[in-house]
Design a protein around this ligand. Structure first.
Ligand code: NAP
Length: 552
């Protein structure tokens, strides 16, 4: 699974740069993708730096410090696959690693390869403009500096711009209030506090059971219920880790073969070719099994066929009912407006049991909407609730938000923000026509997979493309507009067979707190063809010498 060994070259200027250009390559973002990208560039001896807006590396794992934050990927499928020593040395302590441990891991990797010396922190890129005459990008930094580079690689995350709810009076609240993404670094004492959580997405579903254990009272404001299933986390012993180390090649091969980049393989027996009892047996096993098995080891018909989806949703609804003591609360926690797996499935630990606690109250914000935030709490259409702390678990300006925050101007001053006003349009999720020498790691319209598996694929592909450009003595690479259109049409077509096309979810661009993101304004944010098909397409592009690109 390692990329081919690369010879370390001593030259740093690969594309005949004007003398005063700062770098051959700038990577924006020091998260999972940015760390690996800079490693590849450093190994090639290229003059490169990472610009990171935060004060340290880690991206998602630096920022999401709320209690309960962890990934839903089996830890050993989430780690980097590209270095045997890292694989041998790192012990994942839990099946689903919590945020502090994952941040430690990313620091371990960065320190092992001295990558920090190639990173600049508190360096926020405000704008970038392509200078056609010199064929370089000119970046304006928030600190007033100008940085020039031939190539820009963005690794800025797909859920890195939090959105606060548009509720009147939000600025009036006199207690502590913050979005989960901005959970205080020094943490916060919740003991004896009255806490509100607004939202019931994957983030809130991780957070709520943890807050309930600490706070005097917890009130959850739920507008739409979300399906959820148990994570079934556990510790990984030294012995088990030793066994996992022996299996790494096999693990990563499986991840490369499965649509989602996990060890979970879909059940291909066919929903209708097995009996209802056999389906139930599978579901019982998956419900008690780890992670996304319940979603990804299921029958594929569940994601495409309304009847199959309703039968399975009813199964999950029953399991939920068994866990919640109050039948009225249980019904409120069961979605009635969409089926299981149509939106990204949150995985939980004691989420439903949390509503059996005396100190936890569920407020149905669709029945009694939040009207205002007051100095001391939240006013719904019916009641005023007093709080010390309000936590907004209200989601993100997904996929394009991080790009929109930077004023990116391509050929002729074209604005990327304008080009993507109705949703992203890319070539292979990696390039954008009209924006030469800009490559996106885990950008919109790449395959939706276990994040690092997709990020590594993108980093390897982007790095090989740069080597191709350098070897060919070129200095400019850009997607052809007709190739971009073809990819976009294909991305749109790949939404068609799936029920998720009508999801009220960030995957289709929905966000009630952003103009233009209303339900129904579908944005084609991901490639639904799965990891293996996507990887094949990337390989074909490289093997056929980049037919969709132009070089100068
Ligand atoms: P989200 O799924 O977009 O959920 C946002 C929640 O806030 C929704 O319940 C939404 O309700 C609610 N909301 C927004 N504005 C509101 C308002 N004005 N009033 C009341 N409720 C409001 O965001 P998220 O939970 O942060 O999750 C986003 C994604 O991050 C996940 O799907 C997942 O991919 C990723 N994530 C991953 C992990 C992990 O790996 N384990 C953990 C957490 C998150 P409506 O549905 O009614 O709009």
């Amino acid at each position: 699974m390692n990329p081919p060994a690369v010879e370390t070259k001593s030259t740093s200027n690969r594309s005949d740069l004007p003398d005063d250009t700062d770098y051959e390559v700038v990577v924006i973002g020091a998260g999972v993708g940015g760390i690996y990208q800079i490693k590849r560039l450093v190994d090639l001896g290229v003059s490169a730096t990472v610009l990171e807006g935060d004060s340290d590396l880690g991206g998602t794992w630096y920022r999401n410090r709320y209690p309960g934050a962890r990934f839903d990927s089996e830890s050993f499928t989430y780690g980097y696959s590209w270095n045997q020593e890292v694989l041998n040395e790192w012990h994942w302590k839990e099946m689903f690693s919590p945020q502090p441990e994952t941040l430690k891991y990313l620091n371990f990797v960065a320190d092992k390869f001295n990558l920090r010396e190639h990173m600049q922190f508190n360096c926020y890129v405000e704008s970038m403009q392509f200078d056609e005459a010199n064929c370089i990008w000119v970046l304006q930094m928030r600190d007033g500096r100008t940085i020039t580079t031939r190539f820009v690689l963005t690794a800025i995350g797909l859920l890195s711009v939090p959105t606060l709810p548009r509720i009147n009076g939000i600025e009036r609240f006199e207690g502590k209030a913050f979005h989960t993404f901005d959970w205080p670094k020094e943490s916060i004492e919740l003991t004896g506090k009255k806490v509100a959580v607004i939202g019931t997405g994957a983030t809130a579903i991780q957070l709520i059971p943890e807050v309930a254990k600490e706070a005097e009272s917890l009130t959850v404001f739920q507008r739409r219920a979300n399906w959820a299933a148990p994570l079934n986390n556990r510790e990984i012993s030294e012995e088990e880790m030793a066994d996992i180390r022996l299996r790494y090649d096999e693990i990563f091969e499986t991840c490369a073969r499965t649509p989602g980049g996990f060890e979970h393989e879909p059940d291909r027996r066919g929903f209708y070719s097995v009996s209802a009892e056999e389906r139930r047996e599978l579901w019982d096993r998956l419900y008690d099994g780890p992670g996304f098995g319940i979603w990804l080891q299921n029958f594929v018909e569940i994601f495409m066929d309304e009847d199959a989806n309703s039968e399975f949703s009813e199964y999950i609804a029953d399991r939920t009912r068994q866990r919640v003591n109050d039948p009225v609360v249980a019904e409120k926690l069961i979605p009635k407006d969409h089926g299981f797996g149509i939106q990204r499935v949150p995985l939980e630990t004691n989420y439903f049991e949390t509503y059996n606690r005396e100190n936890v109250l569920l407020v149905d914000a669709s029945e009694t909407p939040i009207e205002t935030i007051t100095e001391s709490g939240i006013q719904t259409s019916e009641t005023h609730y007093e709080f010390d702390v309000i936590v907004y678990a209200t989601g993100f300006d997904a996929f394009t938000g991080a790009f929109d925050k930077i004023d990116i101007r391509g050929v002729g001053g074209e604005s990327l923000r304008d080009k993507w006003a109705d949703g992203p349009v890319t070539y292979l999720g990696l390039l954008v026509s009209g924006f030469p020498n800009l490559l996106m790691i885990s950008g919109p319209q790449t395959a939706s997979t276990n994040f690092p598996r997709g990020a590594e694929l993108a980093v390897n592909w982007a790095t090989e493309l740069l080597e191709y450009v350098w070897d060919a003595g070129k200095r400019r690479v850009e997607a052809k507009s007709e190739s971009e259109q073809e990819w976009f049409d294909h991305v749109v077509k790949m939404y068609e067979p799936f029920l998720l096309k009508s999801a009220q979810s960030w995957i289709t661009g929905y966000n009630s707190n952003l103009d233009g993101h209303e339900y129904g304004n579908t944005r084609y944010n991901i490639y639904n063809g799965g990891g293996p098909k996507y990887a094949d397409r990337l390989q074909q592009e490289a093997q056929e010498e980049y037919q969709g690109l132009t070089f100068q």
